[in-house]
Design a protein around this ligand. Structure first.
Ligand code: UDP
Ligand code: MG
Length: 238
């Protein structure tokens, strides 16, 4: 398939960063991300902060960064739509030859981009998987295992324990993700659905740099249900 997008062929990298109430972390993210990009010799990047209906000063913080560095762009939602909607808006805005979704709290360590950029030379997508969940409440880890067990039993796609939304991908992958106009999106499923040659890297959990998780247990549970309903065929066939 041809990549029929207004793309740059100059190696531009788009980092898509959903943020809800991250006034304290966006600056930390910017600093760490920019440091890694400098070390990689990859100064040609754009950071797209997608401010998702924050009730704190996230938007101000993002605007300030954008005024200091024109490579920082932002989208601001009129209310909280959730991380899925934020990722979609980010993919739509991204102009890079490469793109990645990254959490503002540095739980998707920018440092990993070094290995990811090395690996993407001979594939379309490099995905990151957490192999520990230290610092998380045990009930979360338990439900996470249960969720992946169910997903893999019910779906023809493979879902990896600890997989993140954090993937480095080529423009052609983004183009296919954008073709899926689902409303109740489940990006980890969409990544598997679109396919492409993918390599996996593993990393140890890093705790959020500041503040608290924006996901309540209930929100995560409903999200998991969206994933199961959207990506399972077995119950329908039974
Ligand atoms: N986030 C968002 N909208 C939401 C909830 C979360 O944009 O409604 C962002 C959040 O600011 C962070 C990322 O999604 O950058 C992951 O959220 P969080 O760290 O709270 O989730 P956890 O790491 O605990 O799963
Ligand atoms: Mg987090």
């Amino acid at each position: 398939m041809k990549d029929d997008f207004a793309t740059s062929s100059d190696g531009l990298f788009s980092a898509i960063v959903p943020c809800k109430n991250e006034a304290e972390t966006v600056g930390l993210f910017y600093g760490e991300f920019a440091r890694v990009m400098r070390e990689l010799g990859r100064e040609n990047f754009e950071i797209i902060f997608v401010e998702d209906g924050s009730t704190d000063a996230t938007l101000d913080a993002v605007k300030k960064l954008s005024a200091q560095d024109p490579r920082v762009k932002y989208i601001s939602f009129s209310r909280n739509f959730g991380k899925e909607a934020a990722m979609l808006a980010g993919f739509e805005a991204a102009r890079g030859e490469f793109a990645a979704v990254m959490d503002a709290d540095l739980q998707d360590p920018p440092e990993l981009l070094k290995e990811m950029f090395a690996l993407i030379a001979d594939c379309d997508c490099v995905a990151a998987r957490r192999i520990t969940r230290d610092g998380e409440p045990p009930v979360r880890s338990l439900f996470s295992r249960l969720f992946y067990g169910l997903m893999n039993a019910f779906s023809r796609l493979k879902f990896r324990q600890g997989a993140r939304d954090f993937r480095l991908m080529r423009r052609r992958v983004v183009a296919q993700i954008l073709r899926l106009g689902e409303y109740n999106r489940f990006t980890k499923g969409i990544y598997e659905w679109v396919g492409f040659k993918t390599r996996w890297i593993e990393f140890e959990n890093v705790e959020r740099k500041y503040g608290e998780t924006k996901w309540s247990f209930w929100k995560l549970f409903v999200y998991a249900m969206d994933g199961i309903v959207a990506y399972s065929t077995v119950p329908l066939a039974a």
